[in-house]
Design a protein. Sequence first.
Length: 114
Amino acid sequence: MTARRLACLSALLHTLLFVKGCDHCECDQRGALSSCQLVAPQCKPHHDLVPEETMCDARGLKCCRMTCDGPGTMCLPEEGPSSSAYADLGTKTCKEGFKCVKAASRLRKKLRMP
């Protein structure tokens, strides 16, 4: 294997393991953009660990939910059921068809509201 080919494979592996964001819902029960990841010791940057048990656990992985405006935020489908449990933050960094939301209780805490 040539050094150039080895460098390309190494860069691809790094992208897949540490950089790539979620482009669909793989494991989050809410329908948020998420993926099964190796967690050592944390999810990839811009991802939160999903605390509930998911299908990833059977594969020795953990479900990590993509964040869109810091920890505690997630990208939910725009056409999904609306809920007062989430505050809509707009599209932010979510892909087309998804909106950035934050749990309403977390938003009140951030804004220091009762």
